[in-house]
Design a protein around this ligand. Sequence first.
Ligand code: NAI
Ligand code: PYR
Ligand code: MG
Length: 604
Amino acid sequence: MSSVDISTIEEAMKMANLDTLRGYAQNHYGEVQQYAATEYISQNQALGYQVLNEPLWNKGLSFTPEQRVSKNLTGLIPHVMEDTSKQVERALKMIRTRQTGIDKYLYLSTLKSQNTDLFYRLLIDHAKEMMPLVYTPTIGDVCLQYSTLYTRPEALYISIKQRKSIRTILKNWPHPNPEICVVTDGSRILGLGDLGVNGVGIPIGKLALYTAAAGIHPDRTLPIVLDCGTANETNLKDPLYLGLRQKRIPVSEQQEFMDEFMEAAREVYPGMVVQFEDFESEKAFNYLDRYRDSYKCFNDDIQGTGAVVLAGYIGAVNLSGVPIEEQRLVFMGAGSAGVGVAKQLVEYYTKRGLSEAAARDKFWLVDTKGLVTKDRGDKLADHKKYFARTDNNGHQFRTLEEVIEYVKPSALVGLTATFGIFTESIIRALKASVDAGGLGRRPILFPLSNPLTKAECTFEQAVNWTDGTVLFASGSPFSNYSVKTGDHVQTYYPNQGNNVYVFPGIGLGAILAKATRVTDDMIYTSAAALAGALNADEIHKGLIYPRIERVREASIIVAREVMKSARREGVSALPESQWLEWEEWGDPALTKYIKEHIYDPTTL
Ligand SMILES: NC(=O)C1=CN([C@@H]2O[C@H](COP(=O)(O)OP(=O)(O)OC[C@H]3O[C@@H](n4cnc5c(N)ncnc54)[C@H](O)[C@@H]3O)[C@@H](O)[C@H]2O)C=CC1
Ligand SMILES: CC(=O)C(=O)O
Ligand SMILES: [Mg+2]
């Protein structure tokens, strides 16, 4: 019996002796059914406090009178019975009366550890308000103080000193068969630099979004931090720091550790997709190149960011009035995100018929030393070489002002982790270069660095310094901005250009397609799918991304298209008959399948 309807299991359980059934489940059921059967057995055997202390079983004040009796809960919770919305209302009241982002985060984190359904109901239904608390920008503050805020484990912590025990540690994770892992070594956390083990907040936050935005079951997510020491002196001096108290190990030594980790992860959890997150750029590029052909993995900062910015860029170009052929892009920042995004955009141009050389020619990348050129005289990092310019006639452009004056760009992208680097004169120069091309043209300005304290400019500045013409996206969320002239109020809407719009859908698509690899086409497809996911209201408002409240809808569209790409690419291990059925019935059938296979918090 390889495939059994859950309702059949439940029927069987009602009739059978539980011990007999446990053996039966282990011997006969497929992985998912076995998991469901184990859950069912546990839930039905657990009583009273055990139920309340297990976040996935705890239904807060929604337990029915019958459940309170059968699970020995009477008197352990207040007498009142409340539906989910009432409990959400209480949580919202608590969060809104907390003064700081960290206090709000801590409340949410406690809720997550006590009542999974309620936490995710809140996160999904109030995404605009809650996401900035569990993700950027608040998660940046949390990571900075993680060792002080620590109260309970939420991830796997694997240090270089435990490299002989990686398999044992992976097996110690309490939930069976994780489907998605987000792993960091903490070496470049958002734009905050090397935070060492404190960076674990990022995998935890990203995985909460995997559940909220793409419905991956919370028990199937695995956050991991690889502790390889840290270059962060503040952490090393902090008596409460939770990581190894040593300098970060050399890149070559970490390579061996990483090889061992990848090997062990595949052996212990063969079905798991691995998302690399916030590794400093040299390692980010190396690991992606090294593992992408033999493991199910992708790099969120290079590929996820590339895809999300491409999606926004497609929308922005349509609104800009500057024809695609005339677009010229300056990138401030040539790290993993800058180069990852520029490469994704090159692919877009080549798909539109440009030669690769002509496409690459549209990009001018700038780093701390100025325009990246072949003859700049310093040793360029490998990942920058592809974009090194040769059109500078021996002249080196040291400042962004000079580069803008020379290039006359239509778009300016910031991935530098440097607050305020897009000054008034820079933004006005961008606008002037766009205006020079003709009336009604609009500049594209994407200050994408995280968290907000690292944004290259604010939304208000971007609107004011472009006289309201800007097409804007930032990494962390800004509020709407309204300008009152006499009786007229003009409201401007910012966009959030953050990889959260694609990584949940890429991961979900790869999992559901049983993809053996994450291919370039799957990543490219995620961008195209996101670009097409705007609804009429969003288009009317001139947005270039769906509103964050619709991130779950968008992720399902992204996942569907990623699945189809996996099939086209020949990396889906799903049976052919399944694909033929979906091909016959089309997108609605595949969408239905996805919706049936994702976690939706129980609402009572
Ligand atoms: N919006 C989003 O979804 C994402 C945003 N990011 C953000 O992008 C930022 C950069 O990330 P990575 O590329 O991974 O970092 P990185 O450290 O690999 O690259 C930073 C780049 O900026 C350059 N840079 C730094 N300061 C500069 C300055 N003052 N002037 C000119 N260039 C300067 C560096 O030379 C380097 O090329 C971070 O703040 C990160 O949070 C990263 C991934 C996704
Ligand atoms: C969003 C993200 O992945 C970053 O800032 O690193
Ligand atoms: Mg990142």
